[in-house]
Design a binder for this molecule. Sequence first.
Ligand SMILES: NC(=O)c1ccc[n+]([C@@H]2O[C@H](COP(=O)([O-])OP(=O)(O)OC[C@H]3O[C@@H](n4cnc5c(N)ncnc54)[C@H](OP(=O)(O)O)[C@@H]3O)[C@@H](O)[C@H]2O)c1
Length: 341
Amino acid sequence: MESNNDKYLNGNKIPKITLNNGTNIPVLGLGTFGSDNYSAQQIADAVDFAIRNGYRHIDCASVYMNEAEIGSVISGLIKEGVVKREELWITSKVWNDAHGAGEVIDSCKKSLKNLKLDYLDLFLIHWPFPNYHAPGCDGDARNPNSRPYNHDAYMMAWRQMEALVDMGLVKSIGTSNMTIPKMELLLRDARIKPVVNEMELHPHFQQPELFDFLVERGIQPIGYSPIGSPKRPERDRTSDDTVDIEDPVIVSIAERLHLHPAEVCIKWGVQRGEVVIPFSVSPTKIVNNLKAVTSNAITHEEMQQIAGIDKNCRLIKGQVFLWEGAKSWEDLWDLNGEITC
Ligand SMILES: NC(=O)c1ccc[n+]([C@@H]2O[C@H](COP(=O)([O-])OP(=O)(O)OC[C@H]3O[C@@H](n4cnc5c(N)ncnc54)[C@H](OP(=O)(O)O)[C@@H]3O)[C@@H](O)[C@H]2O)c1
């Protein structure tokens, strides 16, 4: 991959946030879902470049089908002395097809083997349903085994997450794509509280109610698709979707700060108190995103302007996880404040 003048930026420059169990997560991580556009090796090469240039946090998942390639890169960098294991924050996630008895633990062990690690810093339940789709399927695909949210089934998965902490295989556990009513049930029943919820967050989809709910309860929001996922797969596109990086407010702040609008989206997320995990395989963008996080702040007035452009525009609607009989993707997100069954 191409090199640049800022090689070996000091990873300590990226601020960290202390989670509710005392661990410290870097506010910027590299996403590793290539949206079907890039090979596993291209993404592993991006991880190599990112860590060599100061990134310390990598957001992985078994369903991204690139953990073995990323693991080879990480173990190579540790052997080379570029980074120590304890300086890295590595996240993985259990996919929807492995929520059953014993399966969460097996999935974690498989991710550890692929990533060539003794422990994960963070392990997440990727979606709160055991519903899954074939890789690369189109948006109308339905799996006949898909079911609405079932709290007992979710807790069977969560108990295994807790066991993974007890076993020392993961330092922290968390959720992803949760709603307020689902999180209320988990907080009622969990022995080990989630430290984070990974969720879609970008200027046109700010989720203020869920964001505040989490922060008030000491659960850190991790924002995925922080740029508005401009290269997301076709199945995740609709004609109503809006484009964050073309918003006049974002564009004008980008002009003032001499940044790309994508970098303004990332900065806004961090200044708002999120952990952000933008994806890129481009060395220039990877470095620019890191610099953006550590450069001049967005002003208070600009933060207020961005708060005013929220369009409640969810991009990753999850429609491929719907069950037969479900009306639309809104059924996944408990929009009336109750779990939809
Ligand atoms: N938990 C979940 O359910 C979930 C769901 C979705 C995503 N995620 C995680 O979140 C990560 C990020 O989300 P995402 O990939 O959907 O979307 P994203 O980070 O919002 O957007 C990624 C795209 O933005 C472009 N980009 C990055 N930096 C840029 C810059 N400085 N200037 C211009 N363009 C830039 C990249 O272009 P190039 O391709 O040209 O580099 C890339 O294709 C994923 O990789 C994954 O790790 C988690």
